[in-house]
Design a binder for this molecule. Structure first.
Ligand code: CMP
Length: 410
């Protein structure tokens, strides 16, 4: 799949040309419209873009297999001026196959701008309806021209469009009516299509309205469940307040998505790349990592797990067994002596703590409490041990930090 951002202006030009083709080809196929000069020039310009697009794609893919037979047919049909080559205007409709490329590009853009999903859907539906109305009008135009009862006055296309819209919307003034059997069948078909289209529009609008803020809806659902649970289990109101606060914070920062869950869904190589990128900010803040080998940084970033703490939350208490050490991505923590009140140190972005218990194999020497909202990254005991073993530089740094911190305390 092409990356949506690669050759963006070119793919947008192809999309615009294919859209133009979607409008001009059926008109030409109807055999009733004599194109004025600007439309002639536009038509040739579109054919040129399609031909260049075919050549570029062919050269980029290098083989029929990589190109895909289906896509080759699509691009080939789009690039051939069939009416001009064969003298049969009707064949022009085959060029509409190129619209598959429009759908393809729309889907790619869709996946990139998923947050604009509703706007996209609305736009997509409007364009689709516009095309359908235009094609049906061209069909009527072609039929009408074959009919011996020509009642078209004024602009023929406009009259056909008028008939089509009045029929599709079931207004049907009856001033233009089918005269032959074929026209009658066609009119029945357009009326039935109108009903389908109405359903499509209503369904789409209803869907868009119910999905206006999907993440908000999810948040409300989660909070409802949470509130019901907390009430049912009779949690103290202070605790309830903190739990709500925690969810609100997580939602505000990450729309409630859990980094680890998203990472676990990715392939191993993507996991390593994405975690390196995500933890880049915290890694950049830790002075030691600036000079560390890429391998060490990669290994640590893969093992780090994000944790969010609320103001006043204890991260651990003095005397507990240590299972993790922590890096501060954002926020401040107090290191409190065993009495629980004396502040031994305040650590902030880029600092780490909790290494003592892991290295010395003793219980936590102090209580560490979040001052404000804190985004931390935890490194578990096993990963810590294996990293220390394989990276003597990191081990020496931790040792030095322990000497500095605990020199006189232990
Ligand atoms: P640990 O003993 O596992 O748990 C408490 C942590 O607080 C300890 O590891 C250190 O990371 C940190 N710590 C202890 N004393 C100090 C200090 N004086 N300055 C900064 N951090 C400290």
């Amino acid at each position: 799949m092409n990356h949506p951002h690669s050759a963006k202006p070119w793919s947008l030009l192809v999309v615009a040309s294919a859209t133009g083709l979607g409008l001009l080809s059926p008109l030409l196929a109807s055999g009733q419209i004599v194109f004025p000069l600007p439309l002639h020039i536009a038509g040739h310009g579109i054919t040129l873009v399609m031909m260049v697009d075919l050549i570029v794609r062919w050269r980029r893919s290098g083989s029929l297999h990589a190109y895909g037979v289906r896509w080759l047919c699509v691009d080939l049909l789009g690039a051939l001026p069939l009416a001009l080559l064969t003298g049969l205007p009707g064949l022009e409709v085959l060029r509409l196959a190129k619209l598959a490329r429009v759908v393809q590009t729309m889907r790619e853009l869709w996946s990139v701008y998923i947050d604009k999903w509703n706007t996209f859907r609305l736009l997509y539906s409007a364009i689709l309806i516009g095309f359908v109305v235009h094609w049906l009008s061209c069909g009527w135009l072609a039929l009408r021209a074959a009919s011996p009862h020509l009642d078209n006055t004024g602009n023929t296309y406009l009259r056909a469009l008028y008939w089509c819209v009045t029929t599709l919307t079931s207004v049907g003034y009856g001033d233009i009516i089918p005269r032959t059997d074929v026209e009658t069948v066609y009119a029945i078909f357009v009326m039935a299509a109108g009903v389908g289209m109405f359903g499509y529009v209503v369904g789409n609008i209803a869907h868009i309205i119910t999905n206006l803020h999907p993440s908000r809806v999810r948040y409300i659902e989660t909070m409802e469940g949470l509130n019901a649970f907390m009430e049912y289990r009779g949690l103290p109101s202070q605790l309830q307040h903190r739990i709500r606060d925690y969810y609100a914070y997580r939602w505000e920062k990450r729309l409630g998505f859990d980094e680890s869950t998203i990472l676990n869904d990715l392939s191993v190589s993507l996991q390593s790349e994405v975690s390196l990128f995500l933890k880049k900010d915290v890694i950049e803040k830790v002075p030691f990592f600036k000079g560390a080998t890429e391998e060490l940084v990669r290994e640590i970033s893969l093992a780090m797990r994000p944790r969010v703490y609320m103001p006043g939350d204890p991260i651990f208490r003095a005397g507990e067994q240590g299972e993790e050490m922590y890096f501060i991505g954002r926020g401040e923590v107090n290191v409190l002596a065993k009495d629980g009140t004396t502040v031994q140190a305040v650590l902030r972005d880029g600092d780490f703590f909790g290494e003592g218990a892991l290295v010395l194999g003793q219980p936590r020497s102090a209580t560490v409490r979040a001052i404000g909202y804190c985004d931390l990254y935890a490194l578990d005991k096993a990963s810590f041990a294996s990293i220390i073993q394989r990276h003597p530089g990191f081990a020496a740094h931790i040792e030095a930090m322990i000497k500095e911190r605990f020199g006189s305390h232990r």
